[in-house]
Design a protein around this ligand. Structure first.
Ligand code: ASN
Length: 321
């Protein structure tokens, strides 16, 4: 007889666990969903916390990583349900923190359990079947949403209400569809080597500043004073107004430059004051393809490990992550 597969489902809240609030306005996370129809699979449910994802912090992400590491040796796969607003930050944190090779898939929903168009059960079944599929091993944590399979490094929420809420350049790395009840899982990319980091806490403070036309550095000095590291969602390939250059030159803490555009890398092209080449010369660290909020997660992991600015630069610039 074929052995039952073991799937751990970790519920953390979000719209997929939400319904109208009986005591007040709006919808709130209440009851976690169950995975619909998975014959031959033994499912165990875990609920480390039940939060709307805007309330999820890096400390919750670390707790989740530790729970996954304890469940992984006795399970074939792990699914995490999560609110969609910060799902990509948790997915990327898990990408950095997890050492296990047990497949981990995150999902959520855009419509709550009492909405006619609730997308929770479909996404949850998709996530479970992708997680249990043999081709999923070795890919690091994935996000499955609307049938698309995304890499944790590149996935981003691209729509505030649509059911197909996730995308991100260069797009999905796989897809799940069904013929009858049989899942058809296809991947379009090969697994890549990853390194993992093991901080015991994520207590560093990293603030994000958002660049705009006419920014002369408002808020920069205060942020540099209170934080252990800064990320700037900069313009284009990683450029800023000229007024920012002297501020960055005199900043001792790591300053990471991401782009506020929705695709493409940060590269040191421009040599005018505040251009990317001058910022890198002034000590700023380019975030490559990471968006600002994922660059923040990497920076706070590295700061929490006690790495200095040069070591942090090496991880951002040289190492696969
Ligand atoms: N669709 C969702 O899950 C959004 C919700 N505000 C959350 O992130 O918790």
């Amino acid at each position: 007889m074929r052995e039952m597969k073991r799937l751990a489902v970790i519920h953390t809240g979000g719209t997929i666990a939400s319904r109208p609030n009986p005591n007040g306005p709006g919808v709130t996370p209440q009851t976690p969903p169950s995975v619909p129809g998975l014959p031959g699979v033994q499912v165990t449910d875990h609920q480390p916390f039940t939060l709307p994802s805007p309330h999820v912090t890096p400390t919750h992400m670390l707790t989740l990583a530790q729970l996954i590491e304890t469940l992984a040796p006795t399970h074939d796969a792990v699914v995490v349900t999560h609110g969609t607003d910060t799902l990509e930050e948790t997915a990327f944190a898990l990408h950095l923190l997890l050492r296990t090779s047990t497949p981990v898939v995150l999902t959520g929903s855009m419509r709550h359990a009492e909405a006619a168009s609730w997308d929770g059960p479909g996404n949850l079944l998709d996530a479970a079947q992708v997680a249990l599929h043999p081709a999923t091993a070795g890919r690091g944590p994935l996000v499955v949403f609307g049938g698309d399979v995304f890499d944790a490094r590149t996935v981003t929420k691209v729509h505030s209400t649509a059911v197909d809420a996730f995308g991100g350049y260069p797009g999905p790395i796989g897809r799940i569809d069904r013929v009858g009840e049989t899942p058809q899982v296809r991947f379009f990319a090969s697994p890549e080597p990853r390194q993992s980091f093991t901080p015991v806490q994520l207590g560093a403070r990293v603030d994000i500043l958002y660049a705009y036309a006419g920014w002369t550095g408002e808020g920069y000095a205060e942020a540099a004073e209170r934080a252990d590291g800064l990320v700037i969602a900069a313009l284009g390939t990683g450029n800023l107004p000229g007024e920012l250059l002297p501020l960055i030159e005199t900043t001792e803490i790591p300053v990471v430059i991401a782009t506020r555009t929705h695709a493409g890398p940060v590269i040191p092209v421009y040599g005018y004051a505040g251009g990317g080449a001058t910022l890198v010369e002034a000590g700023a660290i380019p975030a490559s393809f990471l968006n600002a909020h994922k660059a923040r997660i990497l920076l706070l992991v590295l700061l929490s490990l006690g790495l200095n600015r040069d070591a942090i630069r090496r991880v951002f610039v040289d190492d696969p992550f």
